[in-house]
Design a protein around this ligand. Structure first.
Ligand code: HEC
Length: 276
């Protein structure tokens, strides 16, 4: 299985290089088919997904006592009551009265680490890993939390005034051009059939497409051989837009996640999925 995948990966990479020089058309279509087959093979055996290692690591971290308070995260309330994990991710981001803030899974984990374990945010939050290095501890915990909604459908919580505000903010940011390149998220993600080199760009403001991809995050990304969370994905797109680094768990990132999950409402969660 593994060597077959590697061979197919090399073939796909070679085909990708060729596609760069060959005229568009038949060659492109053949390359697309090769890549599609490669992804299918990876998905065919769910146990072949290395993202499951982060689910396990996240579960251990969730259950292990840590910090000055020597507490685990098992009493963390993700919106469905302390310690209730099943289905919680499907309704995030949501408003938390105790924090008086709308939070996504990662912002909430940071909050729980601070409040339950007594660890300061600056010590808990680590930079996103480069290629080949594993997701951060919080990333692994978020992957574990998301996996507990796998097979369920997104049912975003948009009731509280602050949730409505967050959704409106997410939509505004998604379409707002900014930065030195004058990009908005919608420059790359609001049309059919757009791509950068071989990478297709999903039409994220279109529910039918959002439903297909948003529920795949956190995802194991084959090209960088690690799990990327949605916070990491958004951070990377901010970088691609040449904007200043966006803060981990900031309102901007939570608002965008709220907007994306809202567009994906009714779509299935399959985290951690495998991406190219
Ligand atoms: C310059 C083009 C560009 C802009 C602007 C951009 N992105 Fe992206 N985005 C990409 C590319 C390229 C990928 C695919 C990355 C990959 O897999 O290597 C991607 C992937 C994504 C994905 C994952 C899609 C999937 O297939 O699962 C999400 C979600 C996303 N972007 C959100 C955003 C948001 C939110 C913004 C605005 C803050 C944004 N992007 C702005 C280029 C862009």
């Amino acid at each position: 299985m593994r060597t077959g995948n590697t061979r197919l990966l090399l073939a796909a990479m070679a085909a990708a290089l060729l596609a760069g020089t060959a005229p568009l058309g038949a060659q492109d279509a053949a390359t697309e088919r090769g890549l599609e087959q490669y992804r299918k093979m990876l998905k065919a055996d769910p146990w072949a997904n290395p993202g499951n290692l982060d689910v396990d690591r996240g579960e251990t971290l969730w259950k292990t006592k840590a910090g000055p308070s020597n507490a685990s995260l098992e009493q963390c309330d993700l919106g469905k009551g302390p310690g209730v994990l099943d289905g919680a991710f499907a309704e995030l981001p949501r408003y938390f009265a105790d924090a008086d803030r709308v939070m996504d899974a990662e912002a909430r984990v940071v909050w729980c680490i601070e409040k339950l374990q007594g660890i300061a945010r600056k010590d808990a939050v680590k930079p996103f890993p480069g290629g080949g290095r594993p997701a951060t501890d919080i990333g692994a915990i978020a992957t574990y939390i998301a996996s507990k909604s796998s097979g369920m459908k997104f049912a975003p919580h948009v009731e509280h005034a602050k949730e409505k505000e967050m959704l409106a903010l997410g939509e505004a940011i998604f379409f707002r051009r900014q930065g030195p390149m004058d990009f908005s998220c919608s420059t790359c993600h609001a049309d059919d059939g757009k791509r950068i080199r071989l990478q297709e760009l999903p039409y994220l403001s279109k529910p039918a497409e959002a439903r297909k991809v948003v529920g795949e995050w956190p995802a194991y990304r084959v090209s960088s051989t690690h799990v990327m969370t949605m916070q990491h994905r958004i951070y990377d797109c901010y970088w691609q837009m040449r904007l200043p680094r966006v803060d981990y768990g900031s309102d901007a990132t939570v608002a965008l996640t709220m907007y994306l999950n809202h567009k994906a409402a009714g779509g299935e969660i399959s985290a951690p999925a495998i991406k190219r």
